[in-house]
Design a protein around this ligand. Sequence first.
Ligand code: NAD
Ligand code: MN
Length: 362
Amino acid sequence: MKTYRIALVPGDGIGKEVIPAGQRILDALTSAELSLHFRFEHFDWGGDYYRRHGVMMPSEGLDALRKHDAILFGSAGDPNIPDHITLWGLRLKICQGMDQYANIRPTRILPGIDTPLKHCKPEDLNWMIVRENTEGEYSGVGGRTHQGHPLEVATDLSVMTRAGVERILRFAFRLAQARPRKLLTVITKSNAQRHAMVMWDEIAAQVAAEFPDVQWDKELVDAATARMVNRPASLDTIVATNLHADILSDLAAALAGSLGIAPTANLNPERVYPSMFEPIHGSAFDIMGKGLANPIGTFWSIVLMLEHLGETSAAHRLMLAIEHVTANPRLHTRDLGGNATTADVTEAVCAQLAAKAQDIHP
Ligand code: NAD
Ligand code: MN
C-alpha cells in the first residue's frame, strides 16, 4: 500500500469549504482504491492566523510543508486584510519558496457545462495553459519612495532571467509534445515590451529546435484574447508570462463555463520540493460560509495532484466521477445556474467513486 503525506492549507473564505470537501474525496478514493492511502496534516494559515500572529504563515512554515508529498491549497484573501498582504504572505510565499515555477491550467468544457461561446463545440476547446510562476511581473522587485507626497514614485519591476524563461519554455514544449496535437502557442508582448519579451521570443526559437516534432507559433497577448474567443480550436498548449497567463486563464475558465470549475497545479518539475494544487478561484467573499461554493475546481485539482504523484488510474477514476456529476444539471451549483450545494456535489462524487469501486471489487 502506498501512503502519501498531503498538506491541507484551506486558507480563507470558501477555501475553508472546498478543501474539507476535497479531503472527503481523497477519503472516498482510499476506500475505492485499496492500494492508496493519504495521511493529512492541516495548516490553519490565512487571515485568522494573521489576526492572531501578524503573519499569514509562520517563518518555519516552508520547512513543515517540505515533509509532504503534495500540498492542497484553498485560497488566500480576507475582506479585512489588503490583498497584497494575503497573497504575498501565503500563496506566493509557498510558490516562490518551493520554486514551483510551472503553473499549469487545463481548460476543457466538461459534460453538462455550457460555454458562453455561441458556436463552440465542447471538443473545440481543449487547452493547457502554462504560466511562468516565479518571476516576471510578479517578481516582487520594486518599491515606493516619497510616500504620500506629490513626488511619490512607485515601481513594479518585471524581472526575466534567461534561466527562468528557458526552463518554463522547455517545460511547455515538453508538455505540448506529450499532448496529441503537439501544438504550442508562445504568447508575449514583444512589440511594446522591447527587452524581456524580445528575449522570450529568441529563447522560444532556440528551445523549439530541441522539439522538431512540436508545431509552434507566436501570438501577442492582446490578439490572443480575441483568438481564444473567435478561434478556440486553433489553440492547444499555451505558454505565457506570470501576469499574461494569470489573466488569460481566468478568461479561459469563464469560456469553459465557470471560475468554480477550473483547476491548477503549481509544479516544481524537478521534485526537489512538493508541488501545490488549488482551484484557480479566490476566497469568493460574496458566497463564503453559505455552502454555495462549487467544489469541482478543487476536485479537478486533486486529479492533477494524483497525476503528478503517478497515480494515473486513481486520477482517471476521479475525473470520470467528476464528469458524471457535472453532466447532471440537478447537481449544478449556483455559479452554473443550479441550486445544488457544496455538500450535494461532494456526496454525489463520493457516491460515484463508491459505485465504480463496487464494479471493480464486487
Ligand atoms: P473570486 O474568485 O474569489 O470570486 C470571483 C467571483 O466568482 C465571485 O462572484 C465568486 O462568488 C465567484 N466564484 C469564485 N469561485 C467560486 C466557486 N468555487 N463557486 C461558485 N462561485 C465562485 O475572485 P475575487 O472576488 O477577485 O477575489 C476575492 C479574494 O480572493 C481577494 O482577496 C483575492 O485577492 C483573492 N484571490 C485569491 C486567489 C488565490 O488564492 N489563488 C485567487 C484569486 C483571488
Ligand atoms: Mn488569478
